[in-house]
Write a protein that binds this ligand. Structure first.
Ligand SMILES: [Zn+2]
Length: 172
């Protein structure tokens, strides 16, 4: 046998590419955009700014279609059933039950490394057919049980962005 039937690629070079400026990375509010776990929240960034404005008022809410009554999660700008574009905002129940949960023991999203270990889970809100994903706080992950009662809680990050999480009660 002589020669290699497969064509060889040129060896990669360590020289930086010339003529192309490095991509601009958006610095605010602190993390590179694609690695930022929390969504951008103001009107320039999202058509769901109202959802976050209501979170800042301590209200977890979503959209309901005035035509067919469809309650959506996550909130929508257009009804996924009838395509209506004007949706009502409604507050969601503030209690629910833990449907399932897991623990983040490593590999936390950037900026959350110091919070490991923490629990995340799916919560069935009381009185509506919605199952929400979120952080579970209030009790260590290894003391949680499926079916535990949890409360909805809103909070504000140091950079001013608001989000929601679920708080488990003290013990079963
Ligand atoms: Zn609709």
């Amino acid at each position: 046998m002589s020669g290699d039937p497969r064509p060889r690629r040129p060896k990669p070079t360590l020289e930086p590419p010339t003529g192309t400026p490095p991509p601009t990375v958006r610095e605010e509010p602190g993390l590179p955009f694609l690695l930022d776990f929390l969504p951008r929240q103001d009107e320039k960034e999202t058509r769901l700014a109202r959802f976050y404005a209501r979170l800042k008022e301590g209200r977890l809410s979503t959209t309901r279609c005035p035509r067919d009554g469809l309650l959506s999660w996550p909130p929508r700008t257009v009804c996924p059933k009838c395509h209506a574009g004007e949706l009502d905002w409604v507050d969601l129940p503030v209690t629910g039950r833990l449907y399932a949960f897991s623990a983040v023991l490593g590999g936390a999203p950037l900026g959350m490394e110091d919070q490991v270990p923490f629990a995340v889970g799916m919560v069935d809100l009381d009185g509506v057919a919605l199952r929400l994903f979120g952080r579970i706080v209030g009790r260590p992950w290894n003391e949680l049980s499926v079916g535990d009662a949890v409360g909805v809680e809103t909070y504000t990050e140091p950079d001013g962005r608001a989000f929601y999480r679920f708080r488990a009660g003290r013990g079963p």
